[in-house]
Ligand binder design. Structure first.
Ligand SMILES: O=C(O)C(=O)C[C@]1(C(=O)O)C=C[C@@H](O)C=C1
Length: 362
C-alpha cells in the first residue's frame, strides 16, 4: 500500500471549510421548491455546505434514479441565493464533466462506485488537471484495500483535497443498522493515513433517523473530522431514503447536542495524570504478552507430544472446553463474553499455526 500519499487536513484544502466539517442536505434533489426550502432552512441551522444527489445509483431498476442534470441549474440558483457550497455524487466522467461545468464545489464518489476500480479510474482520469475536493465513500463491502485503492487513484490524478466518508458496510444479517458501522475499518484507515480527513455518514449507517444522534456522537468520539447527514424539509414525503432524513430543525438540534472532543490533550495537568495511567497500561500489556508467550511455549510442548505420538493437531473436545470456560471466566472478571470468545478464537488459530510448524519441522 502506498503510504506516501500526500493528503491534506481540511484546514489545508484548496477551499475554506469549517471544522469539524458538517455537510447536510437532501438525499436527492427533487424539485426547485424542495431544494430551496431545504437549503434555506439548513442555512438557518448554520450549515454552509450542502449535499444532494442528482444522479442516484439504485439497487433495482424502475425506482427513482434522481432527476439528473436538470437539477444543476436549480442548484446554481440556491448556491447564489444562500451563498452555500454544494457537494454532489458523481459516478462517471460524464457526471464529472457536467458537475464541473455547473461549478459544483465538492464531488463525492459513492459506495457502489468505490467497489469498481474501473469506474474509479475513469472518474480519476476525468479529474486530471482539476483540483476540486473529492470525498470517497467506503466500498459497500468491508474491504479496506479497495477503499485505499480508490483514494490512491484520485490522488494520483492530482486531486489535492481528498476526504474519506464512512457510510457503513452492507450486511446479510438483519442488524439494527442499514449498513454495519464496523468501526475497526475506518479506524485502521485513519491509523494508516493520519492526515486523511475522515467524515462519517450516520444516515446511511443507520437507515433510520432515530439512531443518527448516537452514531454521529460515536464518530466524533473516534476523532472523525466531520459528518455528512441527510436532511429534507419534509422527510416523510422524500422521494428516496425517507426513513433516514431529518428535518433541518432536528438536524440543528442534533448538532447542538453533539459533544466535539479534543484530539490532543492541551492541559498539562490532565496530560500528566493520563501519563501515569498510560504507564500502568504499558506495564499490563507487557505482562499480557509475557503470559501469551508462556502459553505458546506450552502449546509448542503439546505439539511435540502430538508429533511423537501421531496425534492430530485440532482437538475439538479440548477446544470446546476451553472455548466454553474462558468466556465464563471473563464474565466473572467483568469482561464481555464476546470479547473473550474473539480473543480465544485468535489464540486458537495461532496455536494451530505453531503446532503445524512443529509437525512440519525436522
Ligand atoms: O490441548 C491441546 O491439544 C492443544 O494443543 C492446545 C490447544 C489450545 O490452544 O488451547 C490448541 C489446539 C487444540 O485444538 C486444542 C487446544
Amino acid at each position: 500500500m502506498n503510504k506516501d500519499l500526500i493528503l491534506k487536513k481540511i484546514g489545508d484544502w484548496n477551499q475554506d471549510f469549517s471544522y469539524p466539517l458538517f455537510i447536510a442536505g437532501p438525499c436527492s434533489v427533487e424539485t426547485p421548491e424542495q431544494l430551496d426550502q431545504t437549503v434555506g432552512q439548513l442555512v438557518e441551522q448554520g450549515i454552509s455546505t450542502i449535499r444532494a444527489g442528482v444522479w442516484k445509483p439504485r439497487t433495482r431498476p424502475n425506482s427513482f434514479e434522481g432527476v439528473g442534470a436538470i437539477a444543476l441549474p436549480w442548484i446554481q440558483e440556491v448556491k447564489a441565493k444562500y451563498g452555500v457550497k454544494f457537494a454532489i455524487e458523481v459516478a462517471s466522467p460524464a457526471h464529472v464533466d457536467e458537475a464541473l461545468r455547473a461549478e459544483m464545489d465538492v464531488l463525492w464518489i459513492g459506495a457502489r462506485s468505490t467497489v469498481n476500480p474501473f469506474t474509479v479510474q475513469d472518474i480519476a482520469d476525468s479529474l486530471k488537471g482539476v483540483d476540486i475536493p473529492v470525498l470517497i465513500k467506503n466500498p459497500i463491502n468491508p474491504d479496506l484495500a479497495l477503499w485505499i485503492g480508490a483514494i490512491e487513484r484520485i490522488a494520483q490524478a492530482g486531486v489535492s483535497s481528498i476526504g474519506a466518508i464512512h457510510r457503513g458496510f452492507s450486511n446479510f444479517n438483519d442488524t439494527k443498522y442499514r449498513n454495519s458501522p464496523t468501526w475497526q475499518i475506518p479506524i485502521e484507515l485513519k491509523s494508516l493515513f493520519p492526515d486523511l480527513p475522515l467524515l462519517c455518514d450516520p444516515s446511511h449507517i443507520c437507515g433510520n433517523r432515530d439512531l443518527i444522534q448516537h452514531i454521529a456522537q460515536k464518530a466524533l468520539d473516534l476523532s472523525f473530522d466531520g459528518l455528512i447527514i441527510e436532511s429534507h424539509y419534509q422527510p416523510d414525503k422524500a422521494w428516496s431514503d425517507a426513513a433516514q432524513q431529518l428535518t433541518p430543525g432536528s438536524l440543528g438540534n442534533l448538532l447542538q447536542h453533539l459533544k466535539t472532543r479534543k484530539v490532543a490533550l492541551d492541559d498539562p495537568e490532565l496530560q500528566s495524570q493520563l501519563e501515569v495511567i498510560r504507564e500502568q497500561i504499558d506495564h499490563v500489556d507487557r505482562e499480557i504478552l509475557e503470559l501469551l508467550s508462556q502459553r505458546m511455549s506450552l502449546v509448542e510442548k503439546v505439539g511435540q507430544y502430538k508429533k511423537l505420538n501421531n496425534v492430530a493437531i485440532l482437538q475439538m473436545e479440548r477446544w470446546n472446553k476451553v472455548f466454553q470456560t474462558r468466556p465464563e471466566w471473563a464474565k466473572s472478571l467483568n469482561l464481555k463474553e464476546s470479547f473473550a470468545k474473539d480473543l480465544f478464537k485468535l489464540i486458537h488459530t495461532e496455536s494451530i499455526k505453531k503446532q503445524t510448524e512443529v509437525m512440519e519441522g525436522e
